[in-house]
Design a protein around this ligand. Sequence first.
Ligand code: ZN
Length: 135
Amino acid sequence: MNLTYTVIKNEIAKTSTIFTRGENIFALGNYTLTEKDDDKDQYLYTFDGSYGDYEVSIHVKDKLIVESCTCPYPHKGCKHVVAACMDIAERKKREQKLISEEGKSSKYLTPEEIKAEAGCPKEKGKKRRVYPYPR
Ligand SMILES: [Zn+2]
């Protein structure tokens, strides 16, 4: 599942009020990413709650997001989960930006460089044969 603000608002947050509260927590940043598993797309957060710390675990799967939180909120999609998902969304955005920037630069260089490099050894060989002692 692609973690976007729309998905978080419409499919993860229990209500729009919860979404706004989650947004505020995300903006304040009073939480810590304690564990991250890139291969499984699994994240563990600790939130500074009013009555202690809450543990949030988010697992981003292909078609759904498996989330859990230790706070007393009786439904799925509490404000902590919203904030955690936003954090993950931001991280992914940054990563994708990095990847696309890398792709852009290599795409920019690759086609001509490959040709140039493929032709290079032959030219060097030729030059060496013609001028065996450059000095
Ligand atoms: Zn919670």
